[in-house]
Ligand binder design. Structure first.
Ligand SMILES: *Cc1c(COP(=O)(O)O)cnc(C)c1O
Length: 327
């Protein structure tokens, strides 16, 4: 296994803490609720992309790159953390963001500015083409761009979440904790692919339950083949003889609401519940939707009182400020 030998650039302090959410547990009268605090990764206001970026930037530096290029929505946490990581690694950063430039940048976009990223605005349907175009333009000017896919979800980045599962496996025994389920926000797939592969690797027997933010698992658009592909390419990259199939992924697609970055009552109620019970903040796009889903599953008695659930907080709190008018 090559997990410790892959190129890596340290961006934050690990392990992230695990907290027991005592008040929320009492309020819900369901399973014991714990939280893995990847919102507290110590770079640029934190979040799950930090773990992927450690391996992505390790590879970029090994390739001799001088500029990171990636894409996302205007309030992309991935883009904000790529910009922050580029600063720390001494690299330039170009971001392709779908949306129109607001008069006053807020939330993640404000942080992109502070981290001196060059922002290219485009339409959603042109985003993938624009990403490659920006990289081509940089190369034509003699730069060495390193393209990171949306969400950092490829075999390079996903290794970060295999590593995270190994980290969790080392933390749980000291807390005498065996979660029956790990619940988290799932979107571009790198987190879920890495966690599921990591669970297999360390022999974790609980459920790895992604709450889908914007993907479906039915019909032609099913996201399960993508999860399978990322996981298996990641296994190859690490050099472990393991193969996951579509059936190995639990993806709950019941909480898609009005669509991506369209938070509603589910999300705002979850934000208030966590803030007012625990003093912990969630982001409206990802973590509030996933927590809203978990609270609903608890209310529907999908977990018993003697079980424990670990919510893996993937960050996104800077999104809050872009929805200031909704509070
Ligand atoms: C990107 C992101 C996710 C989803 O992670 P994927 O690896 O893209 O599935 C979840 N939460 C937050 C806050 C994110 O920024």
């Amino acid at each position: 296994m090559k997990l410790d030998k892959l190129p890596k650039f340290n961006l934050a302090q690990f392990p992230t803490p695990i907290h027991y959410l005592e008040t929320l547990t009492k309020t819900c009268q369901g399973p014991s609720i714990y939280m893995k605090r990847d919102d507290l990764t110590s770079l640029g206001m934190g979040g799950n992309k930090t773990r992927k970026l450690e391996f992505l930037i390790g590879q970029a530096l090994a390739n001799g790159a001088d500029t990171l290029v990636t894409a996302g929505g205007i309030q992309s946490n991935h883009c904000r953390l790529t910009a922050a990581a580029a600063c720390k690694a001494g690299l330039a950063c170009d971001l392709v963001l779908n949306g129109t430039e607001p008069e006053v940048p807020n939330g993640n976009l404000l942080l992109d500015m502070i981290f001196k990223a060059r922002v290219h605005y485009c339409d959603r349907e042109n985003r993938d083409v624009q990403l490659l175009q920006v990289a081509d333009d940089l190369a034509a000017r003699g730069k060495k761009p390193f393209v990171i896919p949306v969400g950092g979800s490829n075999a390079i980045g996903s290794v970060g979440y295999v590593n995270a599962m190994v980290e969790l496996g080392e933390q749980l025994p000291s807390m005498d904790l065996k979660p029956d389920a790990i619940v988290f926000a799932s979107s571009s797939g790198g987190t879920q692919a890495g966690l599921s592969l990591g669970a297999r690797l360390i022999g974790f027997s609980g459920e790895i339950l992604g709450i889908s933010i914007d993907q479906t698992k039915t019909g032609e658009d099913s996201f399960l083949p993508v999860l399978e592909e990322i996981a298996n390419e990641t296994a190859q990259r690490i050099g472990i003889d393991m193969a996951l199939t579509e059936a190995d992924f639990s993806l709950n697609c019941d909480y898609l609401g009005a669509g991506y970055a369209q938070p509603g009552d589910l999300e705002f109620n979850a934000i208030k519940a966590l803030a007012q019970n625990e003093g912990i903040l969630l982001g409206p796009v990802y973590t509030a939707r996933a927590m809203g889903g978990l609270l609903d599953l608890i209310q529907r008695n999908l977990f018993t009182k003697d079980q424990s659930v670990l919510f893996w907080h993937t960050g996104g709190t800077p999104e809050l400020f872009a929805w200031a008018d909704r509070f």
